[in-house]
Ligand binder design. Structure first.
Ligand code: 13P
Ligand code: SF4
Length: 306
């Protein structure tokens, strides 16, 4: 048996479910029971009947699964798979910032630690951020954390003036407008599709902006045949599977690199996934207190996303 077959067998024996984000390596996406964006993964984690959730993604995603479904054993192939965006918002500094703006509520992007979720009133993902912000009365002052690019994009679309925490994702924030301009000139028939974690200068040029699921769906439904994809390269696997005849170009970050890999997402490997399912570790654990306090803003988001 190869590793993928061993994982499938073990998964059945242990009544485990494998949830994978689109930025995982193709081999992991192919053994997963569900592949999706942060919102879809959270909903799957909440609804699953399995005893074990193996979360092939990054730390904050596994934390969210544990918060939503604390009775399950939540495993993550590599406990060091963090997120530069979540790390850009340390809870002690954010707490002080929040205290300085006591008349504001806090909307946090799901890409943040459980401690930041505890300090938040409502969570959002890139697929429901505009809907969540628009559900808040116009006169209510808002702090948006931790992604300044997503927050700026929402401000532009909604006309709100949310105060933005100065955080960003090291993968999306380095996608360069010059490279896109060059690719567009070389491929005038291509559409530019971008994740809202990209800088405003990139988003201004985009034909479509959306979460990873949004981007994938757009490429499936569109009659265009070529796409310049401004996000992490892992999403190309499902795009190519769904539309084998269409062409997908990832935006190079510089002349030496032709790919946008998230170093944290790519810490997970098929081998690590197998070992983690076999040994049932590393296991993600959170205190009952954090789970209790972080749950409400996430449930509020899920309610508002219906
Ligand atoms: P999505 O919710 O769009 O999948 O985004 C997750 C992420 O980490 C983007 O960098
Ligand atoms: Fe975090 Fe960026 Fe990686 Fe997404 S792509 S997990 S935001 S570092």
């Amino acid at each position: 048996m190869n590793v993928a077959e061993k994982i499938s067998k073990l998964k059945k024996q242990k009544n485990a479910i494998i949830l994978a984000h689109y930025y995982q390596v193709p081999e992991i996406q192919d053994v997963a029971d569900y592949v999706g964006d942060s919102l879809g993964l959270s909903q799957s984690a909440l609804e699953t009947q399995a005893s074990i959730i193996v979360f092939a993604g990054v730390h904050f995603m596994a934390e969210t699964a544990k918060i939503l479904n604390p009775a399950k054993k939540v495993l993550i192939p590599d406990m060091n798979a963090g997120c530069s965006l979540a790390d850009s918002c340390p809870p002690d500094k954010f707490k002080t910032f929040k205290e300085q703006h006591q008349d504001h509520i806090v909307i946090s992007y799901i890409n943040c630690s459980a401690e930041i979720k505890v300090l938040s009133d409502v969570i959002c993902t890139s697929s429901n951020a505009i809907k969540i912000v628009e559900s808040i009365p116009k006169e209510q002052k808002i702090i948006f954390a931790p992604d300044k690019n997503l927050g700026g994009y929402i401000n532009n679309i909604t006309g709100r003036k949310m105060i933005l925490w100065n955080g960003s994702c090291e993968v999306h924030d380095v996608i360069k407008a010059e490279e896109i301009i060059r690719l567009k000139a070389e491929n005038p028939d291509a559409q530019l599709i971008a994740h809202p974690e990209c800088q405003a200068v990139v988003l201004e040029m985009a034909d479509y902006i959306g979460s990873t699921t949004g981007l994938l769906d757009y490429t499936i439904k569109s009659t265009h045949q070529k796409f310049i994809v401004a996000t992490e390269s892992g999403i190309l696997h499902q795009m190519r599977k769904s539309s084998p005849k269409k062409e997908f170009l990832i935006v190079p970050t510089d002349e030496k690199c032709s790919c946008n890999d998230c170093p944290y997402m790519k810490m997970n490997t098929l081998e690590k996934l197998y070992n983690c399912l076999l040994m049932e570790q590393p296991e993600l654990k959170l205190s009952a207190d954090v789970i209790e306090k972080a749950k409400n803003p996430i449930l509020r988001m899920l309610e508002l996303s219906k």
